[in-house]
Design a binder for this molecule. Structure first.
Ligand code: ATP
Ligand code: MG
Length: 318
């Protein structure tokens, strides 16, 4: 069996540094090994040289090295899937929302982003044979739109005990972007101890957009957002957890050709998320989900429906 290493085991990391790293959410050797040295300089108040030595020691301890495609495939074999509640949408995604990845839900108001978040907070708790991961969810709510009542409806519909389901959702409201970043850092303590298999940030962009308006603020905003997304991606990888973030549509009136509506967050979000799902409204409760920019899916779409009981397939009329 592999030996589990602690931060204290890494050469050059003393008790004071351990304390600073833990406070910043870097609680494992794995997390330390993938944190850029420049970030360590800030977090631990150490020189760049020392940061680089520490990173190398952490990597050596974990035996991080080049690997083969076969090993990558084996690691991908550990990927878990969370059902969306709709077979059509699960098929669109492969088998559902994946662990070790960030999936971004993009769409205008009322397109169903928050409803899907509520839904998956419940379905992640299902046993694997029913399309879940028998795990908990962690919900970071930046807009104050989380409604436990919706969770109860979905849980009842799936025959789960609503009280238990509610207890398995760890919730935090983020009041500004700094708070949001801190909560994500704090999550790295909570996730491994609580069998969290799904982390949601709804929405990942709202605070950033309102706090950094205008062109001059774009660079610092994108830098901070980038760091936040990397933190989320790192966690999804280390803890084999699915990360679901929501994003808004931004209209670009100066577009002459093509769609004037674009996902907000620019290239940082486009590159930061592994899978992007664009949601559009159709008739009444019907919605269209389209997968865009995927490294392994064709750009296809599907229909689903939002109901009192959650997300379901559109019934075929015969
Ligand atoms: P925003 O950008 O404003 O956050 P969103 O994409 O998160 O929008 P949702 O809150 O997910 O939007 O979706 C709202 C839609 O869900 C509404 O159109 C509403 O009709 C539907 N909805 C909400 N609650 C229920 C319910 N209890 N039963 C049926 N449909 C519901
Ligand atoms: Mg919403």
């Amino acid at each position: 069996m592999a030996v589990k290493h602690e931060l204290e085991d890494v050469d050059g990391v003393g008790p004071a540094t351990v304390e600073k790293l833990r406070a910043a959410g870097i609680t494992s050797v794995e997390a330390l090994a993938v944190t850029p040295p420049r970030t360590l300089v800030e977090i631990a108040d150490i020189t760049e040289e020392k940061a680089s030595t520490i990173t190398q020691s952490a990597r050596a301890l974990l035996n991080i090295k080049f690997t083969t495609a076969r090993d990558v495939l084996t690691k991908r074999g550990n990927i878990g899937f969370i059902t969306t509640g709709s077979k059509a949408m699960d098929n669109l995604l492969g088998k559902g929302f994946e662990t070790q990845a960030i999936t971004e839900l993009i769409g205008e108001f009322g397109s169903g982003k928050t409803q899907i978040c509520h839904q998956t907070c419940v379905t992640v708790q299902l046993p694997v044979e029913r399309g879940g991961l028998a795990g908990r969810a962690l919900f970071i709510d930046t807009e104050g739109t989380f409604r436990p009542e919706r969770v109860v409806s979905v849980a009842n519909n799936l025959g789960l005990n609503p009280d238990e389901v509610l207890n398995n959702i760890i919730y935090a409201r983020a009041y500004n972007s700094d708070h949001q970043v801190l909560l994500a850092e704090e999550a790295s303590h909570i996730v491994p101890e609580n069998n969290v298999r799904l982390l949601i940030v709804d929405s990942v962009i709202t605070h950033f957009r309102s706090e950094y308006p205008g062109r001059e603020a774009l660079a610092p905003r994108q830098q901070k957002l980038n760091k936040h997304l990397h933190q989320l991606l790192r966690m999804s990888d280390i803890y084999n957890m699915a990360v679901l973030v929501t994003n808004q549509i931004q209209s670009t009136p100066d577009t002459f050709f093509g769609n004037p509506n674009k996902p907000a967050g620019g290239n940082i979000l486009a590159h930061g998320s592994t899978y992007r799902i664009w949601l559009r409204k159709s008739k009444e409760s019907r919605r269209i989900a389209r997968i865009i920019d995927s490294p392994m899916h064709a750009e296809t779409e599907c229909l689903f429906q939002i109901t009192q009981n959650g997300i379901i397939d559109v019934e075929e009329k015969t």
